[in-house]
Write a protein that binds this ligand. Structure first.
Ligand SMILES: [Zn+2]
Ligand SMILES: [Zn+2]
Length: 82
């Protein structure tokens, strides 16, 4: 974040969130090449981060989605997954 001077890489606003271009999943969360790789990180503001995760589909990983705080939550069984 500091390397980007806290500037959103998309709109130039105040970057508050470090977005992982490759979404973090239970399978790769311990893989430092994904979670810590500079090339996988993008400094974005809240608005752009919301757009990234909510624009096309709310589901990034099958069976998982994000809540309003950007945390992973499990989709309840039986709920539509897409
Ligand atoms: Zn932005
Ligand atoms: Zn993100």
């Amino acid at each position: 974040m500091a390397s980007k001077h806290y500037v959103c890489e998309r709109c130039g606003g105040l970057a508050e969130i470090c977005h992982h271009k490759t979404y973090i999943t239970p399978q790769n969360i311990h893989d430092s090449s994904v979670t810590l790789s500079w090339s996988n990180l993008e400094a974005v503001c809240r608005t752009c981060h919301q757009h990234e995760h909510y624009s096309n589909t709310e589901v990034c990983v099958e069976g998982l989605t994000f809540d309003a705080s950007g945390n992973f939550v499990r989709i309840p069984p039986g709920a539509p997954s897409s």
